[in-house]
Design a protein around this ligand. Structure first.
Ligand code: ATP
Ligand code: MG
Length: 417
């Protein structure tokens, strides 16, 4: 490349005037390069330089020169610089990362914040993660599906639904593709979906948002053990790709990760209750594991692990109870430190049992008529899970707050930008 002529398009990240010699650091989606304006340059170039401010969009035409002392070992000696569009000065957000800015302020100016090294690194890792996930499913012969996000009835009967004014009817935003993906196993056998779901989470935590991207998978002729193996292989693939391809980004985030050994530990829910109890946490068999207990688990176990065989009553109606002890279910949560990354399980495929479970949960089977019907038409045994992608990204990149792992997060208080 040395001595060749190039034209670059990008943003002014830094402008440095050392008197006779002047520098611009130009940034584009791939990286940064130094533009050096030597003392011999035309007065026209100098006056354009003087007019530049941070984040201006410019084009630079010039000669590539090998320079060991330049950041990437090369610099551009410009023949022409054109300002394509100016940015305001000063900008409303400090982008150098030298001054700590509150997350709330960063989110207010998210497009600018995404240009900082930190945020940029997070979403580059996210992209590598998504490519790894899609490749994994393609190689394992899964079909990508998209299920409706405007639905007529609750998937799980929860209170977490957002109502939508849908012409003259009441509708809701989907909290999960659960019922549709189950039905689709009776056609395509192995399906997956990467799409937003909506949860009206009243609580304001560092791990809950109202709109999240879920990775759902569902497979015919598998049970929860088979799905745990798939989850493990998928995560292992993500670790491998991120470690191979994102060293620079991980360095920016000061995050050292190693590929956790597979198979991941499988604890039963009962074992976890014992571990918690013997570590001073007050919890009884049948309780959900609350934030305090989760934090304790995070201290005790750093690697990814599964909590399986949950009490049936703690899980949604479509989860299959164990045949020999129906108070326990064929279910699992995939955990990473203190965070729940995924929930899954064997699903009930017998219509009568499913109707009973809906009733036991205090819901009306009639509102699931569209779903129950499909169980008369040859429903295979099936199992699956839902993975919260932002939670996974949060764990891999070592973030404390899920809001950093979503481009434009939505929570109880934030609806813009
Ligand atoms: P939690 O107990 O952490 O609130 P959940 O058990 O209600 O989660 P599931 O219905 O099991 O959630 O959803 C599957 C996955 O989706 C979770 O394991 C998690 O990774 C992610 N997830 C669920 N709700 C949220 C949310 N409000 N914000 C971010 N991620 C979520
Ligand atoms: Mg769950």
């Amino acid at each position: 490349m040395a001595h060749s002529e190039v034209k670059l398009l990008g943003w002014v990240e830094v402008k440095r005037d050392l008197g006779k010699i002047k520098f611009i650091i130009l940034r584009d989606y791939k990286g940064k390069i130094q533009i050096t304006i030597p003392p011999t340059s035309s007065s026209e170039l100098t006056s354009i330089f003087n007019n530049l401010s941070r984040e201006d969009v410019i084009s630079v035409s010039g000669i590539v020169k090998n320079t060991p002392q330049a950041p990437n070992g090369v610099e551009i000696i410009p023949k022409e610089i054109k300002i394509i569009n100016k940015a305001v000065s000063p900008l409303p957000l400090e982008l150098t990362g030298k001054i700590k800015v509150e997350l709330d302020t960063r989110l207010d100016y998210r497009i600018l914040d995404l240009r900082t090294a930190r945020s940029n690194a997070i979403f580059k890792i996210n992209n590598v993660m998504l490519i790894a996930i899609r490749n994994f499913f393609v190689e394992n012969d899964f079909m990508e599906i998209h299920t409706p996000k405007i639905i007529a009835s609750a998937t799980e009967g929860g209170t977490e639904l957002f109502p939508v004014a849908y012409f003259d009817k009441e509708a809701f935003l989907a909290q999960s593709p659960q019922l549709y993906k189950e039905q689709l196993t009776s056609v395509f056998e192995k399906v997956y979906e990467i799409a937003p779901v909506f949860r009206a989470e009243e609580s304001n935590t560092t791990r809950h948002l109202s709109e999240i991207v879920m990775l759902d998978m569902e497979a015919a002729f598998k049970d929860y053990n088979g799905i745990m193996v798939l989850c493990e292989q998928l995560l292992d693939r993500v670790f491998k790709e991120v470690i191979n391809k994102c060293q620079r980004e991980l360095e920016v985030l000061k995050q050292k990760i190693q590929r956790p050994k597979t198979p991941y530990r499988r604890y039963s829910y009962s074992e976890i209750i014992e571990i918690l109890t013997s570590n001073g946490v007050k919890i009884n068999w049948g309780d959900d594991i609350d934030t305090f207990a989760l934090r304790k688990l995070g201290e005790l176990i750093q690697e990814p692990y599964f909590i399986k065989d949950w009490p049936t009553k703690n899980k949604p109606f479509y989860i299959s109870p164990c045949i020999d002890h129906p108070e326990v279910s064929e279910s699992f949560d995939l955990m990473y430190g203190w965070l729940e990354i995924a929930s899954g399980g064997t699903r009930i495929h017998q219509k009568e049992l499913l109707i009973n479970r809906i009733k036991e949960k205090g819901m009306n089977p009639e509102s699931f008529d569209f779903h129950l019907k499909t169980f008369d038409w040859g429903m295979p045994p099936h199992a699956g899970c839902g993975i919260g992608l932002a939670r996974l990204l949060m764990s891999i990149t070592g973030l404390d707050n899920i809001r950093e792992a979503v481009l434009f997060p939505r929570d109880r208080y934030r609806l813009t930008p």
